[in-house]
Write a protein that binds this ligand. Structure first.
Ligand code: 2HG
Ligand code: ZN
Length: 447
């Protein structure tokens, strides 16, 4: 579209397949599509002009941030204009009075964290894709990650947004008001809307205190049930608790294989719980005291120095890349009420094997939220069957078929397992009101 080049500059409209390819595939290689072109606006006004130009021609748009999503939500299906927001990378100075900062949609999480830390603060969201994941995508998916236990999801950090609606109009609430009781909370409506209601172009974000003193423990537990049961006691005893992550022997074997990591313990254990505390003063002694009487604890490693902590975190954080190095997995991201987590873990393996005997399940996740990442390798042609079996199990346990990665394209057929017809119709009504012609992210979220 010639008009798009007039809006953003010809060098920011890509049509050469060599240049567009990386935008048209997700990084796991599971989702592919072709875009009419890739357009890379540099300001909110340019985004608005691009959206207006597309709306005028009925041209559909796929919105993309760092392209680190895991459900195909930012990959075009076919023929959309791919709106890449990575050039919206203005990052304001931290305002100490409000403990807030303004970040463009294209600012990466790592850059945002760095800005916060340089100013003596921190950001309340962290996840392994921090070097590529962007603010816009984190808001659009209401990203979770490893700090939800302490600070909530991405949506909880948002105190203001600027967004372009499907007709090209701009809504902007960037004063950073911590209280605003004037009607519908559009900020929380957009957080988790997966680009289907508006294009988020910048965010006003709440920062959290910086706690430099950290302690990390890797706990070997005798069962998932023990790993779950230990958590309420840790939460009560450790106000500094900042993360609680669960993984298992098959995942540990993979991260060791691909990362060349040493075994954390002399023998394998039924479950591993990685716990981190962060405080103003060294929390190591408190952490040791809190864990040592934990029922079901079989062995433990504690790290009070940065290198040791990084080494323990590597067992958890390199799961995704190690699984990817083995093959293209079926990726499921589910949550159940925490009390049902042991039942889910127990039933996963037989459920998967019943539909695909050769499949290998690698399971890990965020125990506090009952959130498991179920990655299944070697499913061959049976990925739909495996997905269906696991998601039916999750639904039977009153869980969610997508805990923190979103619905995207991947989970659309199963939305009805987590949302009632009335809820889906209410969501559709919102979609119709804000994007009546279905311009934004077609094929994402809705069946
Ligand atoms: C994590 O917790 C991410 O590391 C990725 O949510 C999970 O790769 C996955 O399945
Ligand atoms: Zn996760």
């Amino acid at each position: 579209m010639k008009l798009l080049a007039e809006i953003v500059g010809a060098e920011h409209v890509l049509t050469d397949p060599d240049l567009t390819a990386s935008y048209e595939t997700d990084w796991t290689g599971r989702f592919r599509g072709s875009a009419a072109c890739v357009v890379r606006p540099g300001t909110t006004d340019e985004v608005a002009a691009v959206v207006r130009a597309c709306a005028a021609e009925g041209q559909r748009i796929t919105v993309q941030g760092g392209n680190t999503g895991l459900v195909g939500g930012s990959v075009p299906a076919g023929g959309e204009v791919l709106l890449s927001l990575t050039r919206l990378n203005l990052l304001g100075e931290v305002d100490p009075a409000s403990s807030q900062v303004t970040a463009g949609a294209g600012v990466t999480l790592a850059v945002l964290q760095g800005r916060a830390r340089d100013a003596g603060f921190d950001f309340g969201v962290d996840l392994a894709a921090r070097d590529s994941a962007t603010v816009g995508g984190l808001v659009a998916t209401n990203a979770g990650g490893i700090r939800v236990l302490r600070y909530g999801s991405m949506g909880h950090q948002v105190v203001g947004l600027t967004a372009v609606l499907a007709d090209g109009s701009v809504i902007s609430r960037m004063a950073g008001l911590e209280k605003d009781g004037t009607g519908y909370d559009l900020l929380s409506l957009l957080a988790g809307s997966e680009g289907t209601l508006a294009v988020v172009t910048e965010a006003r974000l709440r920062l959290v205190p910086r706690y430099r003193a950290r302690a990390v423990a890797l706990l070997a537990m005798d069962s998932t049930a023990s790993a779950v049961a230990v958590l309420p006691g840790l939460r009560a005893a450790l106000p500094s608790l900042a993360a609680a992550e669960l993984f298992y022997a098959p995942g540990l074997a993979l991260v060791r294989k691909h990362g060349g990591l040493a075994a954390p313990f002399p023998v394998e254990h039924p479950a591993y719980l990685l716990v981190e505390c962060a405080d103003l003063v060294d929390p190591t002694a408190q952490l040791v005291e809190a864990v040592q009487t934990a029922e079901g604890l079989v062995d433990a490693r504690i790290a009070d120095d940065a290198a040791g902590q990084r080494a323990l975190w590597a067992y958890r954080e390199t799961h995704t890349e190690s699984i990817g190095a083995e093959g293209v997995p079926v990726k499921l991201d589910v949550s159940v009420p925490v009390s049902s987590l042991p039942a889910l873990v127990d039933r996963l393996e037989p459920t998967i094997k019943a539909v695909c005997s050769g499949a290998r399940a690698i399971v890990f996740g965020h125990v506090n939220e009952g959130n498991l990442h179920v990655n299944v390798l070697d499913t061959g042609e049976l990925h739909e069957e495996v997905t269906d079996a696991v998601l039916q199990l999750v639904a039977a346990l009153e869980g969610s078929i997508s805990s923190e990665h979103g619905v995207g394209r991947a989970k659309v057929p199963w939305l009805g397992l987590s949302r009632s017809p009335a809820e889906i119709e209410a969501m559709r009504a919102i979609k119709r009101a804000l994007d009546p012609t279905g311009l934004l992210n077609p094929g994402v979220l809705f069946p």
